[in-house]
Ligand binder design. Sequence first.
Ligand code: FAD
Length: 386
Amino acid sequence: MERVDFLVVGAGLAGAALATHLAASGREVLVLERGRFPRHKLCGEFLSPESQALLRNLGCEPDIRDLEPARITATRFSVASGRELEFPLPGEGLGLSRYALDALLYARAVAAGARVEVGVEVTDVAPGPDGDLVVQAGGRAVRAGWVVAAHGRRARLDRALSRPFMARAHPFMGLKRHHRPRSGPEGARLAEALAGHVEIHAFAGGYCGMSFVETGEVNVCMLLQGGLPSVGEGAPWARVVAHLSAANPRLAERLGALEPSEPRPWAVAQVPFTPKEVHRGGVLFLGDAAGMIAPLAGDGQAMALAGAEALAALLRAAPGRPGPAGRDRVAEAWDRAWRRRFALRLKVGAALQARLLEPAAADRTLRWVGAVPGLAGLLVRATREG
Ligand SMILES: Cc1cc2nc3c(=O)[nH]c(=O)nc-3n(C[C@H](O)[C@H](O)[C@H](O)COP(=O)(O)OP(=O)(O)OC[C@H]3O[C@@H](n4cnc5c(N)ncnc54)[C@H](O)[C@@H]3O)c2cc1C
């Protein structure tokens, strides 16, 4: 049976970043990725200032600069009552599509020396001979000293690993579609208002973010709580737009000035925000597989990259054949490190998201945040690092 020291499941942001850090320090890494690059991915595509520092540490900064991402320096909220609030961001964010970013990180992991196999789905991980773990993937078995599962928010693998969050129903769905401003004065007004901004438009049971990305398109990405009338997975886009337009006046104006530039929207159901365990059966979880922050924080990508850096620091010096006891020691250290670093921002993000989903609370929150100088910046920083 083939054997490696480190096996990483998933070459998204977290998996590719971890593989890059480990391979760059001379460790033997195999990454198995279900999809192929480049590929679109449901995400608001807002890169916080924190993510940029983490991408710099991966050596990606020149390539990112070459892509000419949109520069974002302010945010604008609107709620169903029509109230709005605009404030500058504590640092400059970027609008960069996952189509471009994930392909870039995949290439970086390969260049650093990681072996990345695409089109291979990991279906199970179980204890194997000589203290190793055995990974089932694409009809073959691979032995590994370490298995890091960076497979995103929810996958069949979670069921195979009997993760408790899979037993619950998760009421949130995500929808995303790239757009272009319509030609004519409406589109021109929108382009001017949105330049340099990330906007979040809230309504009963959901919110919709939008900002420019590197292609000059506007990414429209939303989170919808289950039970929204007439909006289910596979609903025609016109019906989604009609629902949102009736729910928030500023959002109606924005959507009226945009037209889809992608043939279809990207949708995911059952987005899990409930707590997850950070390791199980010797498998270490990373990125969304370890825990998801509310998208309004715009920090999930940073958490994936920061988590990868922190886990690489724990694993870099670890033996390639740790055995169950060695894995347990690192798993406990990883659990402590993860909670110290991310638990608070997950709670703040969840509390803010809960307020935004309820129109009266959303209106009050915007009023308070607008009335107390410095509160907006404080809340943004509470969901970020640094
Ligand atoms: C609606 C919404 C909007 C968001 N907006 C933002 C935003 O604006 N800014 C921000 O920073 N964050 C945002 N996020 C969060 C962000 O998208 C995630 O936090 C980030 O993608 C996590 O990266 P990851 O590497 O953990 O997972 P992913 O990016 O999901 O990567 C996981 C990879 O694993 C692969 N995979 C899955 N299962 C298997 C398997 N069994 N075997 C092999 N490979 C597998 C997948 O194909 C994928 O490539 C948003 C999330 C949602 C839901």
